[in-house]
Design a protein. Structure first.
Length: 260
């Protein structure tokens, strides 16, 4: 998967704050309703496109996830997007690996990237916003499996949402399917096998698709509200869906949905 550099680092970035370099540097600033775009030498038309697409995705993602009534990002609470000049500039200042093309710090509501980042508008931007919006809604006390967080972020990427079910069906047929209980303990790194990486994200997106599209947006929102209280994941699941007392129950229903 081309974007593993982004996705596999999310766990490490949940509680990051702005870097020392960002605090010291004199950035140009572009404002929109929900975002502050910081840039150095990036072309202004690119910066304006980033602001336009970020606003569009912000509205689409909150609506898609059913989070339209939660606290919005305005004035001093706007999210920040730092656009570095190029990949080298980005890697040096954000302290990311050389193959990284974008990162999100969910607590600080910050996205860092550069103009030539692969798939920035179609993949990186909605994915990272998905991470931030989810965590803003459920809070930081919520105990979430990584597949749940990644699934939501993948689900808001339209292309990833529609293709996931077929990939998981194929994995079931070929005996490669990873049950959710096992997926919860799967940790991806830059050395992970590409097939494992692809399947991990396909399954994550597919199960979120099942929860939202098949079982309903209302229940999904209620589920997230239960997660906000900080209780166990299985407790929030059972409280919201009744017939799912454990992740294993969800796994069984999801697999039946895919195969029937």
């Amino acid at each position: 998967m081309k974007n593993i550099s982004i996705y596999s680092l999310i766990t490490l970035l949940l509680f990051c704050s702005p870097s020392h370099a960002e605090n010291k540097k004199e950035w140009n600033k572009h404002k929109s309703r929900h975002f502050l775009i910081y840039y150095d030498e990036a072309p202004l038309d690119f910066v304006e496109s980033v602001a336009e697409m970020a606003e569009r995705y912000y509205n689409e993602i909150t609506k898609t996830l059913g989070f339209t009534r939660y606290k919005g990002w305005t004035w001093d609470d706007r999210a920040k997007i730092y656009i570095y000049n190029d990949q080298e500039h980005y890697v040096q200042n954000s302290r990311m690996m050389h193959w990284s093309s974008g990162t999100a710090s969910t607590r600080a509501k910050i996205i860092r990237t550069f103009p030539a980042a692969h798939g920035f508008f179609d993949s990186t931007l909605p994915h990272e916003l998905g991470h931030i919006i989810l965590r803003e809604f459920v809070g930081f006390k919520a105990r979430l499996p990584q597949w749940f967080e990644e699934g939501v972020a993948m689900y808001v990427e339209i292309a990833k949402r529609w293709g996931a079910n077929e990939d998981v069906k194929k994995a079931i047929e070929e005996g490669r399917f990873i049950p959710l209980s096992q997926l919860t303990h799967t940790r991806l790194t830059s050395r992970s096998d590409k097939d494992l990486i692809d399947l991990y994200y396909a399954e994550s997106a597919s199960v979120i698709y099942y929860l939202i599209e098949e079982l309903g947006e209302y229940r999904f929102v209620q589920f997230c509200r239960k997660l906000e209280k900080g209780g166990p994941f299985d407790w929030a699941l059972e409280s919201s869906y009744v017939r799912f007392k454990t992740v294993e129950d969800l796994n069984e229903a999801w697999v039946n949905y895919l195969t029937k």
